[in-house]
Design a protein around this ligand. Structure first.
Ligand code: SAM
Length: 253
């Protein structure tokens, strides 16, 4: 397979997930997305591209992140800005033994995620209809072994969302496109300030994406109590300097 093109390719590339019935559940999720117009537009990615970009990239992010965290049953994981379900609900389908927290502030999307999780039998999911800045001051603070966020904001902004949720020793896994180096340079102060360290940058397999790499950060120390700042502040006044254009990848939703 040169490039993952359809559900059969996805099942071949992620054979263990296919054997567990995950790919069938993801197909069902996509039909819920297509039928979910009352939730508003959940993704701008066309059906023909969705298998690779939404499901392939989500499972590949899980594969890469899991290499850094292990993930025993009961492992606590949070996804920030899950939108219609990527990657957080995909991970919940693939790892039913994990405790999965989806942080999504848009009420319609949060309701869609709750209904979809119910429909898919994902009893391991809790949806938090909150901004990350609020979730970072609640019971999830410093409680998650893995935190992800895809296509939510530029790196240093998303680190301020994610770092407060990660447990000390935990991992933050962020898929990023061609602007990664530029975003990393701008995030230097934020990485240190938030108690994080860049552990690795790992590419996705080319069948899934030629361009997306995953930046893995390790939480080395507790996050200072002043972070996250009030809702909207991380984006308006990113740690380390003036606002830059958000360099997000993945779905434009
Ligand atoms: C471009 S969509 C990406 C959705 C999904 N992660 C994907 O890859 O398809 C960005 C999502 O981030 C959410 N978001 C934006 N700001 C946020 C914040 N401060 N905290 C949590 N979620 C946020 C939006 O509501 C939206 O659903």
């Amino acid at each position: 397979m040169e490039k993952l093109a359809d559900w059969d390719d996805l099942a071949r590339l992620f054979a263990a997930e296919a054997a567990e019935g995950t790919i069938d559940r993801l197909r069902r999720h996509w039909s819920l997305v297509e039928a979910g117009e009352q939730a508003g537009r959940l993704t701008a990615v066309e059906a023909v591209e969705a298998v690779r970009r939404q499901y392939g990239e989500s499972l590949e992010l899980l594969r890469i992140a899991e290499g850094a965290v292990g993930g025993e049953p009961g492992f606590r994981y949070a996804d920030i800005g899950t939108g219609g379900g990527w990657p957080g609900l995909v991970v919940a389908c693939a790892r039913p033994g994990w405790e999965v927290h989806l942080v999504e502030p848009l009420q319609k999307r949060a309701r869609f995620l709750e209904a979809a999780a119910r429909e898919l039998g994902c009893t391991n999911v809790t949806v938090h209809a909150l901004r990350a800045e609020e979730a970072g001051r609640g019971p999830l603070r410093e409680a998650c072994g893995l935190v992800t966020a895809r296509a939510v904001a530029e790196l240093r902004v998303v680190l301020e969302y994610a770092a407060p949720l990660a447990a000390v020793g935990g991992v933050i896994a962020l898929p990023k496109g061609s602007r990664l180096e530029e975003e990393l340079a701008a995030a230097e102060a934020a990485v240190a300030e938030l108690g994080c360290e860049l552990d690795a940058i790992l590419p996705m397999r080319p069948e899934v994406s030629e361009t997306v790499r995953v930046a893995l950060f390790r939480k080395r120390a507790a996050c200072p109590a002043r972070y996250p700042r009030r809702a909207g502040v991380p984006e308006r006044r990113p740690i380390g300097g003036p606002v830059r254009r958000a360099g997000v990848i993945g779905a434009d939703c």
